[in-house]
Write a protein that binds this ligand. Structure first.
Ligand SMILES: Cc1ncc(COP(=O)(O)O)c(C=O)c1O
Length: 414
């Protein structure tokens, strides 16, 4: 849970009165807490302080310029998956030599951009990508440092859309293919092998599937040694979950302790790529009740946020708790909380009890990861305002998109 408490029947987020904020800024808006992000990163940093390691925050979870800048000032590296993410990290002050580049579809343009920035490592996901990378690096007279992304093929208990380390999805390569790629890489003039990488999925509850994966990957590194191929680092990806509902999620420190113990007999540097566990619990989405609509079969709360602002419930069937900003002394009724978008999937929660009237405010909890990054202009709605509590003050970290910006890239005539 984010830091939410009722005080005199008003909901507070990180000691800030949400009702006051909702009356000062137009809803819908994301409201973040800087402290929560820093605390989460600190927990990783403290747990890793005694070992050779690099934390590469996974930009896809939340690419807010302010958050990237905040994390880079705390010494964090970055895991990127596109040229856009690369440019944004650089603009936010990120250190290119702490960047790892993941993703199955790196274009020539993106590879050139990353080589120009001398990034730390390319996480290579296919033989074709390996050859493409070498060719471009040759042309540019650069050395591309690589890790191969291997699928440990561990079964994890997560939503099928967010498991990524299995043989039938598009990510990474099999253990046999990885061996073949490493052997080929040895003969490629502008490739330098530095690591091995995996990422098994997201919203994972504890270190157990990582332990299984690491044991499999260490078998590969042993085989590689026999081929005189040495590996300097192991990148275990991201994936540690957060508590949305009743999940029993391991703490960051406990999670890292387990991994570090397992690697203690090796001399491998450890890279982690956390996303959700750094930003997930750092934000709420504040929205206004526009209409209460009651039918013979169902009651709806129609709010001013839509699936264009926050799509996790329809996209992943994700549960997010929703709370009233004012705890009113009126009878509770059961509602579906829905948005204004013309899709039946435009919902935030179903069959929940609320004590609300039109004009009241609700918050959707734990929206810091895979929230604003997945927002869109569907139904020609503007992307939402983003606020952050910084040193106990509410600050705008991203203005609401304007109607001019919304319409600016298109032509009426050609
Ligand atoms: C390669 C890679 N690394 C890191 C992450 C971050 O995962 P999470 O936000 O679950 O920590 C992802 C997300 O899917 C990913 O694909």
């Amino acid at each position: 849970m984010t830091s939410l408490t009722y005080n005199d029947d008003i909901l507070y987020f990180n000691s800030k009165n949400i009702l006051q904020i909702a009356k000062s800024y137009q809803t819908p808006f994301y409201l973040y807490s800087e402290n929560i992000i820093i605390d989460n990163l600190n927990e990783y940093q403290t747990s890793l302080q005694d070992i050779d390691s690099l934390i590469c925050y996974s930009v896809k979870a939340n690419s807010s310029m302010y958050i990237l800048s905040l994390l880079s000032k705390q010494g964090c590296g970055f895991d990127i998956v596109s040229g856009g993410e690369l440019l944004k990290v650089i603009k936010a002050g990120g250190d290119p030599t702490k960047i790892v580049f993941s993703g199955v579809g790196k274009t020539e343009e993106e590879i050139v951009m990353a080589l120009d920035q001398n990034i730390y490592c390319f996480n290579v996901e296919s033989m074709s990508e390996l050859y493409r990378l070498n060719n471009i690096a040759c042309d540019k007279k650069k050395e591309a440092k690589i890790a191969i992304r291997v699928n440990p093929e561990i079964n994890i208990d997560s939503h099928p859309y967010i498991t990524t380390g299995m043989k039938d999805n598009k990510f990474g390569v099999s253990q046999t293919e990885a061996m073949a790629m490493y052997k080929n890489a040895l003969s490629l003039s502008n490739i330098k092998i530095i690591g091995i990488d995996f990422h098994i999925g997201s919203q994972i509850e504890d270190a157990n599937p990582y332990k299984e994966s690491i044991l499999k990957v260490l078998e590969i590194t042993e085989l590689l040694k026999k081929e005189n191929i040495s590996i300097n680092h192991i990148d275990i990806g991201g994936g540690l979950g957060i508590k949305y509902e009743k999940e029993n999620i391991s703490s960051i420190s406990n999670f890292i302790e387990n991994i570090v113990n397992l690697l203690s007999k090796t001399d491998l540097k450890l890279i982690v790529e956390p996303g959700r566990s750094i930003v997930g619990n750092s934000a709420i989405l504040v929205t206004r009740v526009e209409y209460l609509k009651k039918t013979n079969t169902k009651n709806f709360i129609i709010v001013d946020a839509g699936m264009n602002d926050f799509i996790r419930p329809p996209l992943y069937g994700a549960f997010h708790s929703i709370l009233e900003v004012v705890n009113k002394k009126i009878p509770a009724e059961t509602y579906d909380v829905v948005g204004p978008i013309c899709e039946s999937t435009d919902f935030f929660g179903k069959e929940r009890n609320f004590k609300v009237e039109e004009g009241d405010f609700l918050i959707i909890d734990n929206v810091g990861a895979y929230g604003s990054v997945l927002s869109s202009n569907y139904n020609l709605r503007r992307k939402p305002l983003e606020l952050m509590i910084i040193n106990d003050e509410v600050q705008v970290i991203r203005s609401r998109e304007t109607y001019d910006q919304l319409l600016s890239n298109e032509k009426t005539n050609v």
